[in-house]
Design a binder for this molecule. Structure first.
Ligand SMILES: [Zn+2]
Length: 259
């Protein structure tokens, strides 16, 4: 199974990054897509992926939280990174109107600049959207037909939002959010609406530790080794066998990122 969202350069992994990888492999995880969230992080995850070729791959992009760091040189730096063989997508990019760590007009412009780069390079995009659905759709829609593929990672929205995303032929990334007995309820119902060839799975580690994990790690840190737990929960919600869900999401992820 393939974890399409891992923030492996997080300082939370500084003490045991290699052990985290070893535990993921032992748990049956066959590949990790490491998330780049700004230029420095994108370079770091590409370097790390290069050192773990065949198991780790990387995205290169600027997260909406970091949109305020985007300057005249950012696009050419991203372009250079995107040419590296271990970089398989542009992102994480998108909009976050929940935390608003960057001004909204700058988030919008930086998102669109990365869609344009992905279209130019014919790379898939790895996207984030929080409390900005309509603006996200407005910016993305004119670009969609020019992009080879696009995933909205960590989907936690409404049924109407999910239907909009599927109508635009987006892939959907589902995290351990679905394991939350309270705030995951909508997602538990909605996940059946996602066709098997559009569904991918992710931990978004070290964030979003599945709330129903038992025993819970003392650190409260999420890691890719917990992906099977999330896969089993998603399969149960969809009324599928875990084996079928794991095979389908693996095939979908391999096709999406061209692994
Ligand atoms: Zn995100």
């Amino acid at each position: 199974m393939i974890d399409i969202g891992v923030n492996l350069t997080s300082s939370q992994f500084d003490g045991d990054r290699d052990e985290v990888l070893g535990r993921a492999k032992a748990a049956g995880v066959s590949a990790l897509i490491l998330t780049g969230t700004n230029l420095a992080e994108s370079r770091a995850v590409a370097d790390y992926a290069a050192s773990q070729a065949g198991f780790c791959y990387a995205t290169a992009g600027i997260h909406p939280h970091d949109a305020k760091t985007f300057d005249a040189h950012s696009l050419s730096r991203l372009h250079e990174l995107a040419m590296r063989p271990e970089v398989v997508a542009i992102g994480e990019c998108g909009l976050d109107y929940n935390r608003d760590f960057s001004p909204r007009p700058q988030q919008d412009a930086v998102f669109e600049a990365q869609l344009e780069l992905a279209a130019e390079l014919q790379l898939p995009v790895f996207m984030h959207c929080r409390d900005a659905h309509q603006r996200f759709m407005d910016i993305l829609t004119p670009w969609r037909s020019k992009l080879p593929a696009a995933v909205l990672h960590c989907f936690t929205g409404s049924e109407a939002e999910l239907r909009d995303c599927l109508a635009l032929d987006l892939h959907i990334g589902i995290t351990g959010w679905i394991c939350d007995e309270r705030r995951g309820q909508d997602l538990q119902r909605l996940v059946s609406l996602i066709p098997g060839n559009r569904l991918m799975i992710e931990t978004d580690s070290p964030y979003l530790l599945p709330r129903d994990l038992s025993p819970k790690p003392a650190s409260r840190r999420n890691e890719p080794a917990y992906l099977p737990h999330i896969a089993h929960r998603i399969a149960a919600c969809r009324g599928e066998s875990p084996e079928a869900l794991i095979a389908d999401t693996r095939a979908t992820s391999r096709a999406f990122f061209r692994l």
